[in-house]
Design a protein around this ligand. Structure first.
Ligand SMILES: [Zn+2]
Length: 339
C-alpha cells in the first residue's frame, strides 16, 4: 500500500485493514453540488476505490464560492458537475475509479444506481430525491447518510435499514414545495457545508471500515452562526412508519415520474422525458444550427430563444433558464426537442 495513506493508517480506528476495505469499496454520491463535491473530494483523498457520482446539472459561477471541486473554467464551459468532478478527482487521486452519471435521479433509475454500492451518501438539494433514496435504500437494505445545509445551519442523520429509524420515521411527510428555505432563497455559507459533509463522510468511513458501533445514531443539527448544536438520539424505528415498517415504497412505486420541475429559486425549469432516451447531441446541434447560434460541448447543447437560455443534455433533459412557468417551458421543449 503506498505511503499516500500512511497518516490515515496510523489512525488506529482505520489501520491497515480499514484502508484495505476503503480501497475495495464503492460509494454512490447522489448530487454533486456543495455537499456532494465535498464528499467526493474527501472520499477520494481517503482512498475509497470506486465512486459513482450522479448529478443532473452543470457548473455555474454561483457555485464556486462553496463547491470546492470546481474551477472557473468548468463554469465558463458549462461542464456537467459529475464530469467536472471526475476530471478533478483524477488529478487528486488517480487510483480512484469514478463513474460519472449526468442524469436526474428518479424512480426509474435509483435502484440500479444503488446496485453494487456499499453505501449511499446524500448530496442532493431536494426532498423529492431524498424520499426516493430512502425508499430504495430501505428496500435494498443499504445504509444511506442524509445531509442538508442552507444558510448557516444543517442537518444530518445516518439511516441503517433494519436498525435505525429511516427518514420517514422522523419526517413522515415531505415538506411542501416552496415551504423550506433553499440555498437560492436564503443563501449559504461554505463552513456549514464543510461541517455537515465532515460528519457525513466520517460516518461513511466508519461504515466502510466496519466500525458501525461508532456511528452517532442521532439526528444532528448545527447552526454555526447562532452557535447552536443539537443532537437528538434516534430511538427504535417508528412502528407505524409507512416505509421501513409497512414496506410501502410510495416514492419508488409512484406511477409516473415527474416530467417537469421548477428548479427552486433559480428562475429555471427542468423538463425531462418520461422514459429514458439518448439524444444524438451532434445531430441535434446541427439541426438547430441552421436556424440559430448554438454552443455545445461533449455533454450538452445550449442555445437562446426569446431571451431564455436552453441547455439540453444527452438524456434529452432540458434546463430552461429565465422562466418559472412550467407550461411555457414545456412549450419551448416541445418546439425544439419535441419528444
Ligand atoms: Zn421508517
Amino acid at each position: 500500500m503506498n505511503e499516500r495513506y500512511s497518516r490515515q493508517i496510523l489512525f488506529r480506528e482505520i489501520g491497515r485493514d480499514g484502508q484495505e476495505r476503503l480501497l475495495n469499496s464503492r460509494v454512490l454520491i447522489v448530487g454533486c453540488g456543495a455537499l456532494g463535491a465535498s464528499h467526493a473530494e474527501m472520499l477520494s483523498r481517503a482512498g475509497v476505490g470506486k465512486l459513482r457520482i450522479v448529478d443532473r446539472d452543470f457548473v455555474e459561477f454561483t457555485n464556486l464560492q462553496r463547491q470546492t471541486l470546481f474551477k472557473e473554467e468548468d463554469a465558463e464551459n458549462r461542464i456537467p458537475k459529475a464530469a467536472a468532478a471526475k476530471k478533478r478527482i483524477a488529478e487528486i487521486n488517480s487510483e480512484v475509479e469514478v463513474e460519472e452519471i449526468v442524469a436526474d435521479v428518479n424512480n426509474s433509475n435509483v435502484e440500479s444506481l444503488i446496485d453494487g454500492c456499499d453505501l449511499v451518501i446524500d448530496g442532493t438539494d431536494n426532498f423529492q430525491v431524498r424520499y426516493l433514496v430512502n425508499d430504495a435504500c430501505v428496500k435494498q437494505k443499504r445504509t444511506w447518510i442524509y445531509g442538508a445545509a442552507v444558510s448557516s445551519y444543517g442537518t444530518t442523520m445516518t439511516v441503517v435499514p433494519g436498525e435505525t429509524s429511516c427518514l420517514r420515521c422522523i419526517f413522515e411527510d415531505m415538506p411542501d414545495a416552496g415551504s423550506s428555505p433553499t440555498c437560492d432563497t436564503a443563501g449559504v455559507i461554505m463552513p456549514i457545508i464543510a461541517s455537515i459533509s465532515a460528519v457525513q463522510v466520517t460516518e461513511a468511513i466508519k461504515i466502510l471500515v466496519g466500525d458501525t458501533a461508532s456511528l452517532h445514531r442521532s439526528l444532528m443539527q448545527f447552526d454555526l452562526w447562532a452557535n447552536d448544536w443539537h443532537r437528538i438520539k434516534l430511538g427504535e424505528p417508528n412502528p407505524d412508519c409507512i416505509c421501513c415498517q409497512k414496506h410501502n415504497f410510495e416514492f419508488l412505486d409512484a406511477e409516473a415520474q415527474e416530467f417537469s420541475a421548477v428548479l427552486c429559486g433559480r428562475n429555471a425549469v427542468q423538463i425531462a422525458p418520461p422514459r429514458p432516451v439518448q439524444l444524438n447531441l451532434a445531430e441535434f446541434a446541427a439541426r438547430l444550427n441552421s436556424t440559430m447560434p448554438v454552443k455545445q460541448n461533449e455533454y450538452l447543447v445550449r442555445f437562446e430563444i426569446d431571451g431564455r437560455e436552453v441547455t439540453v443534455f444527452k438524456d434529452a433533459r432540458a434546463i430552461i433558464k429565465g422562466i418559472d412557468d412550467v407550461s411555457a417551458a414545456r412549450s419551448i421543449y416541445a418546439r425544439f426537442i419535441g419528444i
